[in-house]
Design a protein around this ligand. Structure first.
Ligand code: DGY
Length: 319
């Protein structure tokens, strides 16, 4: 039996590539450059399946030009905002993602960002590293204490709940907004808010864990920043689309928020150059899921979905 032809658009983990080469007629983009619309259109004529990352954009315009050969896009990501799902569906192309397996890694990074933003990690690291640390005082680099503080989580899905579990280790008072209230075995005592606005009023720390959709674009805008308690800290490990970046800077300038921890930006790669002069913004380059263990798990999950599809079963993560 001929093996399905599979295109992997980026340099996935070695274990993933080995397994993929064993089971598929595989071509890997070893250059590890993001695939353009033209690359994806060309791939659709040569391959039965593609494993892309969030760096490849399946726009409606590109998908309309796809060949009929391509049958499945098995994303190596939980987020699928880079895929026009209705356009892919209309072309009869199956789409899957990789939920669950990256929740802990992403929640860990959110914790790092929250702690680092709250406790002056950017300025502190810099003055020690550059030899500028020449004095100490009790008034020096005084931050905001996380332990026991009120935490607001927007989006209490898998990553939001993994973050809440870690925050319980800091005795945080956890509040959340979600489209639906969670049953108690999942809420684990967290307080539900029926609206984002209600949640913001108690969020001394705020962490975003919802997907980027047309409804959540600029979820955190000027009005909403103004609803946070003064000096709040915001953390975003979800998607840059959720935050109006000008509004974030304005809120920092007025002290409405005291710090931000960001792994996601409107423009990626690159981020927002206007953020660079703010020590109160602790930034990382979209590496929430970047641990060795999680990269293997994401690759294997994408391959599990492909294996199911090509053996005539419904993939576990079919969207
Ligand atoms: C995801 O899985 O959505 C992460 O952001 C990495 O792509």
């Amino acid at each position: 039996m001929t093996r399905p032809r599979l295109c992997i658009t980026r340099r996935l983990s070695d274990a993933t590539l080995e397994r993929a080469a064993r089971d598929y007629d595989l071509v890997v983009n070893h250059d590890d450059t993001p695939g353009s619309a033209g690359d994806l259109i060309a791939a659709s004529a040569e391959f039965d399946a593609i494993i892309p990352c969030h760096s490849e954009h399946f726009s409606a315009e590109a998908v309309a030009q796809f060949s009929d050969r391509l049958r499945i896009v098995a994303n190596h990501s939980v987020g699928v905002d880079h895929c026009d799902l209705p356009a892919l569906k209309e072309r009869g192309i199956a789409v899957t993602n990789t939920p669950d397996v990256l929740s802990d890694a992403t929640a860990e990074l959110a914790m790092l960002l929250m702690l680092g933003a709250a406790r002056n990690a950017v300025a502190g690291d810099r003055i020690v590293r550059t030899g500028l640390w020449d004095s100490w005082s009790p008034a020096f680099m005084v931050g905001k204490q996380v332990t026991g503080a009120r935490l607001g989580i927007i989006g209490m899905g898998r990553v939001g709940r993994a973050f809440a579990a870690k925050a319980r280790g800091f005795n945080m008072d956890i509040h959340y907004y979600n489209r639906t209230e969670l049953p108690e075995d999942k809420a684990q005592g967290a307080t539900y808010h029926e609206s984002v606005e209600s949640l913001l009023g108690v969020a001394d720390f705020l962490s975003l864990h919802c997907p980027a959709t047309p409804d959540t674009t600029d979820l955190m805008n000027r009005n909403r920043f103004a609803m946070l308690p003064e000096g709040a800290v915001i953390v975003n490990t979800a998607r840059g689309a959720l935050v109006d970046e000008e509004a974030l800077l304005a809120a920092l300038e007025t002290g409405q928020i005291s710090a931000a921890g960001l792994d996601c930006f409107k423009v990626e790669p690159g981020g927002n150059p206007d953020f660079a002069k703010y020590d109160s913004i602790f930034m990382l380059p979209h590496i929430g899921s970047a641990t060795r263990q999680t990269r293997d798990a994401m690759g294997f999950r994408a391959l599990d979905n492909l294996d199911a599809f090509f053996s005539g079963k419904t993939p576990g993560d079919l969207l």
